[in-house]
Design a protein around this ligand. Structure first.
Ligand code: C2O
Ligand code: CU
Length: 488
């Protein structure tokens, strides 16, 4: 049974830079990792699966013994894990009990544009929103978070985020750890700063946004996880606004990456580090071993491509201990990992119907900031496109596209590494990098409601490093709805 959020007591951890071993000893002082509960749902007589979400304010013991005002869905912080199968129709009844308008965006989900939950689907305080669609994408770890234009970073920072897990028959047939909360554990990793009275500190954003000096995992600082099996699967989300993580284990043990943003990789990739920029996910399977081990965010040796002298100001030199894995004395058996996981379609760049270019620089894409009344382009439904994304800045940025999962053709002309070879919806763009993506917008044409593409460093997104496109039927004409832009 999932553990309830914000329980327990102990010592937290806060460790901006330097010696990670100073925070949280190998055995003591940590609280049990809260596991977000699975969202309750009911299936009606026509087979539609119904979920209810309410966004509201509460308080959370992010730091032990400290009550922090937070926002959450169906609870004081974060939200329940939504779980649905490919082929199922899902329907949501979402209520906003917050003092501000917000939205609920389904990140990585293939969804009709009018139910995408982007800046065009605002839910006013006290109002409800009822999106519905049929799940049609491979098994994956996706997520949901607010997307109100100009306030996404703050709404997520205050605690609004949750996972959305899609299941399918192909993934079920694989012998992978899959018992939720037992050997299949979600990890939402976020950074926070606290004021002297324990409130979330929203002051002094850096050029990449609010950088926290404390890491919270599933809503608390300083967590441990008892693992009763030989192997554990971690579904990791970088849910931070602007912080990048270079994750690995303190003893440099190997782990297998099995899935990226949009689903399983073709085969497990053995690695010792996985870098995640804001919004990206990775599923890994690791042997729990015989003694406790720390999941750690390491400094980026290569500064993630940023000039060495600038790396510290973007948080790229920081080291944090995130979670202690504590093995059981007599662990349950875990199967050997399958050697192949999924069949991914081959990429054929010559089939592309359109090529587009995106230059990331200084809060802008192609020299423009987001305008909710400007449609930047109109892909044709069910056609393949190639997008070339260039970070022409000396800042870190990433690139996220709504509605679809893309594949990376190449990065600076070279084939992507294993962790970037599967389905992706968000990709880190190092300063100077050129990344070619191939993507397809299927099923849902809509002349009225656009989808977004943007940098997922949430401050950059809020500042307008975002654009929008309408997916149209051949010959269809755009008819976008006029929108009021929130004051910046
Ligand atoms: Cu995760 Cu447009 O967002
Ligand atoms: Cu950016």
């Amino acid at each position: 049974t999932p553990i309830v959020l914000s329980a327990g007591c102990g010592r937290g951890q806060s460790n901006p830079t330097g010696d990670a071993a100073t925070s949280g000893s190998a055995t003591g002082g940590r609280r049990p990792l809260p596991v977000p509960p699975l969202a309750k749902s009911t299936v009606d007589s026509s087979g539609v699966r119904h979920f209810t979400l309410t966004a509201a304010a509460g308080t959370t013991e992010m730091l032990p013994g400290t009550s922090t005002p937070t926002w959450g869905f169906n609870g004081p912080v974060l939200g329940p894990t939504i779980r649905a199968r490919r082929g199922e129709t899902v329907a949501f009844d979402i209520t906003n009990d917050l003092p501000e308008a917000t939205t609920v965006h389904w990140h990585g989900v293939h969804v009709p544009a009018r139910f995408d939950g982007g800046p065009h689907q605002t839910i006013e305080p006290g109002a409800r929103w009822e999106p519905t669609w049929t799940v049609n994408q491979p098994a994956a770890t996706l997520w949901y978070h607010p997307h109100p234009h100009g306030s996404t970073e703050k709404h997520a920072y205050r605690g609004l985020a949750g996972l959305f897990v899609v299941d399918d028959d192909e993934a079920d047939a694989l012998d992978l750890p899959k018992t939720y909360g037992v050997d299949d554990i979600p990890l939402i990793i976020q950074d926070r700063r606290f004021t002297a009275d324990g409130a979330l500190d929203e002051s002094d954003p850096t050029d990449v946004g609010l950088l926290g000096d404390t890491i919270v995992t599933n809503g608390i600082a300083g967590a441990h996880l008892k693992v009763g099996t030989e192997k554990v699967r971690l579904r990791i989300l970088n849910g931070s606004g602007g912080r990048m993580y270079n994750l690995g284990f303190a003893d440099n043990r190997e782990f297998a990456m099995i899935a990226s943003d949009g689903g399983l990789l073709a085969k497990p990739a053995t690695m010792t580090r996985i870098a995640l920029s804001p919004g990206e996910r990775a599923e890994i399977v690791v042997a729990t071993g015989e003694s406790p081990v720390l999941l750690r965010a390491f400094a980026f040796d290569d500064h993630a491509g940023v000039a060495a002298g600038e790396a510290a100001k973007f948080g790229l030199a920081d080291i944090f201990d995130i979670l202690e894995l504590r093995p059981a004395a007599n662990p349950g058996r875990s199967a050997a990992l399958p050697t192949t996981l999924a069949t991914l379609p081959r990429l054929d760049p010559s089939a592309a119907a359109a090529q587009r270019r995106f230059e990331l620089r200084w809060f802008m894409i192609n020299g423009e900031r987001m305008d909710m009344n400007r449609i930047d382009f109109t892909p044709t439904v069910d056609s393949t496109e190639i997008w070339t994304v260039r970070n022409v800045d000396n800042w870190p940025h990433n690139f996220h596209v709504h509605d679809t999962q893309f594949r990376i053709l190449d990065i600076d002309g070279a084939a992507p590494p294993p962790e970037l070879s599967g389905w992706k919806d968000t990709v880190y763009a190092r300063p100077g990098a050129t990344i070619r993506l191939t993507l397809r917008f299927s099923e849902y044409a809509d002349p009225t409601y656009p989808y977004m593409y943007h940098c997922h460093l949430m401050l950059h997104e809020d500042q307008g490093m975002m654009g929008q496109f309408l997916v149209l039927e051949p010959g269809q004409r755009p008819a976008p709805m006029p929108m009021a832009m929130p004051p910046m």
